[in-house]
Design a protein around this ligand. Structure first.
Ligand SMILES: *Cc1c(COP(=O)(O)O)cnc(C)c1O
Length: 337
């Protein structure tokens, strides 16, 4: 049975072209620097996005960990949003493995963090405190796109405060497509950027980390330390190459389907969805506080639809959810609610 899966864009299957490219990829031992498919992905990505260097890694979680550890030493801290993936959803890796403490701060409704608030939380140079070294932003965050003028202000701020600036750009391509800008226009403001190839871009595995030679050199050593040095991983890089070469523009379709989904959700009694908040491929549906979303999830599953149960319920559109699937879901929801 085929399920219509709204849990995440991570569920996307590799395309036929990706499977072909994976089967035919020229490979070598990447730990020796010998894998032509990985070298091509890293070199072409660095050039395309305006960085000196790039590193192919197994996951977005590892890309963020390596960036934080490459920018910070033991006893340093990074500032990030309270809602940041690299604070909430990465097992506390920076603290556990890097001895780098997070300083989370409230995200504004648009996903930004007030620069004045950040300034007030940079620790003085005093042995009581961790050393504040890094600011980490996320774009998109909860499906929202950070404003371009905020990125420029954050860059100037970080420079003046002598902080490094990292972007968790797991879905930065969604942000670029939404704004109609070149991804490099967003990335130019950052010292390092992580990008997931395995979300809406549909590669089976992998992320890239972009930065200058020195930062990526440290990240490469650290990748080995945390067990992420891969051998003939050109099979994966070949799919990742197609993700960046061919799968970015089509994200607009996911955004259109998300807007359509939000509109149709409001036809359903007992569901509220603020359509004005839908910017990219994420939709949040609110049920009454005491509504049993768990039971709803089971009834929907019986009808062939999978959701990631929560209230608000996060629904993510992607390549493997069509407009007709959205219609099917709405009908299933009307019957199940
Ligand atoms: C998914 C995600 C990650 C982690 O990527 P994985 O490949 O799942 O480890 C990091 N940051 C954000 C914002 C994400 O959405």
């Amino acid at each position: 049975m085929r399920y219509i899966d709204f849990r995440s864009d991570t569920v996307t299957q590799p395309t036929d072209a990706m499977r072909q490219a994976m089967a035919n990829a020229e490979v070598g031992d990447d730990v020796f620097g010998d894998d032509p498919s990985i070298n091509r992905l890293e070199e072409s990505s660095a050039e395309r996005y305006g960085f000196e260097a790039c590193l192919f890694v197994p996951s977005g979680t590892q890309a963020n960990l390596l960036a934080i550890m490459a920018h910070c030493q033991r006893g340093d801290e990074y500032i990030c949003g309270q809602d940041a993936h690299n604070y909430r959803f990465e097992g506390g890796g920076a603290a556990v493995l890097g001895s780098v403490q997070p300083q989370p701060l409230a995200n504004n409704p648009d996903g930004s963090i007030d620069l004045d608030l950040i300034k007030a939380n940079i620790k003085p140079d005093d042995s009581h405190f961790a050393r504040t070294r890094l600011l980490s932003l996320e774009n998109t965050i909860g499906g929202k796109v950070l404003p371009m003028d905020y990125l420029a202000k954050a860059q100037a701020f970080a420079f003046n405060q002598r902080l490094k600036l990292h972007l968790d750009g797991a879905r930065v391509m969604n942000a670029a497509v939404k704004l109609g800008v070149n991804p490099a226009d967003i990335m130019q403001h950052f010292d390092s950027v992580s990008v997931c190839l395995s979300k809406g871009l549909s590669a089976p595995v992998g992320s890239i980390l972009l930065g200058d030679e020195a930062t990526i050199g440290r990240a490469r050593r650290l990748r080995k330390m945390v067990g992420g040095g891969m051998r003939q991983a050109g099979c994966l890089a070949a799919a990742g190459q197609l993700a960046l070469d061919t799968m970015v523009e089509r994200l607009a379709e996911d955004h259109d389907n998300a807007a359509y989904l939000a509109k149709r959700l409001n036809e359903v009694d007992g569901v509220e969805c603020d359509e004005s908040l839908v910017q990219t491929n994420m939709v949040f549906a609110k049920f009454a506080n005491d509504y049993d979303v768990l039971a709803l999830g089971q009834r929907l599953k019986d009808k062939g639809v999978v959701i990631y149960k929560g209230n608000p319920l996060r629904l993510v559109t992607h390549k493997d959810v069509s407009r007709a699937d959205v219609d099917t879901f709405i009908e299933a929801l009307k019957q199940s609610i």
